[in-house]
Design a protein around this ligand. Structure first.
Ligand SMILES: Cc1ncc(COP(=O)(O)O)c(C=O)c1O
Length: 360
């Protein structure tokens, strides 16, 4: 029963999540491009297990080595779609490669040599994807000559093997207008695909062309040459992605208890220590006319219609605006089917405890 769950608590609407998983799996089922769901969205093995079981997945994507260690118990094909340069993390990545196929993104000479050194010491080969900046201006080298030069370096190094290229258009994911999202995504991904062809015509291997996210999964996934899509948020969604015309449902909420009610002002016990505000304030679930006015540390201040029947002690759910950092704030997810609690899933890969373990 929802009313018995201690608040604040993170809830997943299980049937909605299953529908999201199945819709995405169905989308990729008949396409040459495959899905590599991004684990960073939820960090929860039980969710990843269901994504893999639904099919159309060729492995999982991670953002950190700690996530990769967790998912290596679920799949034997792991992509760390991020630059790994810390010596201890390179060592952990190499140890992981003893058991499963590991690929990692790289955008520097130092990145190649640090990963390569750890791989040689451990007697393994780590796959590398040259990370291209497709317009987000975060990590990545420029498409074309710069990417080719780095690819040659990877190809020549011991302990690593060139597997391909990747490019994540993070700036394109939230573009509201579908037509604009489509045209800008095509424009951004063409240099990625062209660089893959440049590598091949230069005699280098390039079997993987990886990219895409929830906002552009069906655009990237249909571009000839893209081999896998790294979408993550689709599985649970958030209110920011809810602004787009995507076929996925809001499946994640933060459950709070009403601790104060004065007229239109209703206060619950879930503030921004329970959900982030980097993509805006959350929405109120299932209460027409209600909106969140502010989040304090421990409080959500919600404006409700005067005739709304909520009283102190009642429960209220909010839909977070950004799932990844919100989930990282919690220890567990309560999996619900309507009002019934089905299971409690530990968010195994949350936090940075594993990184700090290197100091022990
Ligand atoms: C490299 C990379 N790939 C894929 C994704 C997945 O994006 P989304 O959660 O929007 O599906 C992200 C998200 O930030 C990312 O950083």
């Amino acid at each position: 029963m929802k009313n018995a769950i201690p608040t604040p608590a993170l809830l997943v609407d299980l049937p909605a999540m299953e529908r999201n998983i199945n819709r995405m799996a169905e989308h990729f089922a008949a396409r040459p491009c495959k899905l590599r769901p991004h684990f960073k969205a939820h960090k929860t093995p039980e969710i990843a297990r269901r994504q893999l079981a639904a099919g159309s997945c060729i492995g999982l994507t991670c953002a950190t080595v700690a996530e990769a260690e967790v998912v290596s118990l679920l799949t034997d094909d792991v992509l760390v779609a991020n630059e790994i340069v810390d010596i201890d993390q390179c060592e952990r990545l190499a140890r992981l490669a003893v058991r499963v196929k590991v690929r990692v993104a790289v955008d520097s000479q130092a990145g190649v040599s640090r990963v390569a050194e750890a791989a040689v010491v451990n007697g393994v080969t780590i796959g590398m994807l040259v990370d291209l900046d497709v317009g987000q201006h975060r990590c990545g080298v420029s498409p074309g000559a710069e990417a080719l030069a780095l690819a040659r370096l990877v190809d020549a190094a011991s302990g690593v093997a060139l597997h391909g290229v990747m490019g994540y258009g993070g700036h394109l994911q939230p573009v509201r207008n579908r037509g604009e999202r489509e045209s800008r995504t095509r424009e951004a991904m063409i240099p990625l695909i062209a660089t893959a062809e440049l590598l091949r015509s230069s005699g280098l291997p390039c079997e993987v062309v990886s990219g895409g996210g929830t906002g552009t999964y069906d655009i990237d996934g249909d571009l000839p040459g893209i081999t896998e899509v790294q979408a993550g948020s689709y599985v649970l969604m958030d209110s920011d992605y809810g602004e787009l015309d995507l076929p996925f449902e809001q499946a994640l909420s933060v459950l709070g208890t009403v601790v104060s009610r004065k007229g239109e002002r209703c206060v619950t016990d879930c503030g921004h220590k329970t959900m982030t505000m980097d993509h805006g304030l959350p929405l109120v679930k299932g209460l027409p006319g209600a909106s969140v006015a502010a989040l304090n540390d421990e409080h959500a201040i919600v404006t409700v219609p005067l005739d709304c029947e909520l009283v102190v002690g009642d429960r209220l759910e909010l839909l977070p605006s950004h799932i990844d950092p919100t989930i990282n704030l919690h220890d567990a997810i309560f999996a619900m089917d309507g009002d019934s609690l089905v299971s409690v899933w530990p968010i195994v890969a949350r936090g940075y405890a594993d990184e700090r373990a290197a100091l022990d």
